[in-house]
Write a new protein. Structure first.
Length: 152
C-alpha cells in the first residue's frame, strides 16, 4: 500500500510553505530601497574627473585641430568643449555642466546639451538657454597656432 507521502500530488506551492526560501516583506523592501538609493546616487555623481580639465588648463595645451571642429559644431576633448560658431571663430568652454558636473556633448542643431538633465547652452557664448543648470558654461580662452587651437 502506497504511503501518503508518495500519493500526495505536488501543487506547485510547496516552496512557499517552506519558510527557508521566503523573503519577508521587510527584507524585500529593504533590498529594493538600497538598490534604488544606489542607483540615484550613481546617477547624480560627477561624470568627469577634475584632472581632465586641469590638464587642459595649462596655457599652450593643444585642445583641437581646426579641421576637427566643424562650422556650427564642436568637439569635446580632455574635458574641454571646442566650438566653431561661425567660420574661422573658435571658442572653448569647460565641458562640465554647472548643474551636476556631467560632461556636455558637442552642439547639435545649434545647441549644446547636457545628457543628464537636459540643460541647454548656446555654443556662441556658453550662455544657459534652459534646464536646471544655474549658469552658463565657463569660457576657456583660446588662440590659433597654425592649425592648432591652443589654451591661451
Amino acid at each position: 500500500m502506497p504511503t501518503e507521502e508518495v500519493t500526495r500530488m505536488y501543487d506547485g506551492q510547496e516552496f512557499l510553505r517552506d519558510n527557508r526560501w521566503c523573503l519577508s516583506r521587510r527584507g524585500l523592501l529593504t533590498g529594493l530601497g538600497a538598490a534604488g538609493a544606489a542607483g540615484l546616487l550613481s546617477a547624480c555623481g560627477a561624470g568627469d574627473s577634475p584632472t581632465d580639465s586641469q590638464a587642459a588648463a595649462t596655457p599652450g595645451t593643444v585642445l583641437a585641430r581646426t579641421g576637427d571642429v566643424p562650422v556650427g559644431g564642436g568637439t569635446v576633448s580632455a574635458g574641454v568643449l571646442v566650438v566653431q560658431p561661425e567660420a574661422g571663430t573658435f571658442k572653448a568652454y569647460d565641458a562640465t555642466c554647472p548643474h551636476q558636473g556631467v560632461r556636455v556633448g558637442a552642439p547639435r542643431d545649434g545647441v549644446v546639451t547636457c545628457p543628464a538633465h537636459n540643460s541647454t547652452f548656446s555654443p556662441s557664448d556658453g550662455a544657459r538657454l534652459g534646464g536646471p543648470a544655474p549658469k552658463g558654461l565657463t569660457e576657456i580662452p583660446v588662440r590659433l597656432d597654425g592649425d592648432n587651437i591652443t589654451r591661451a
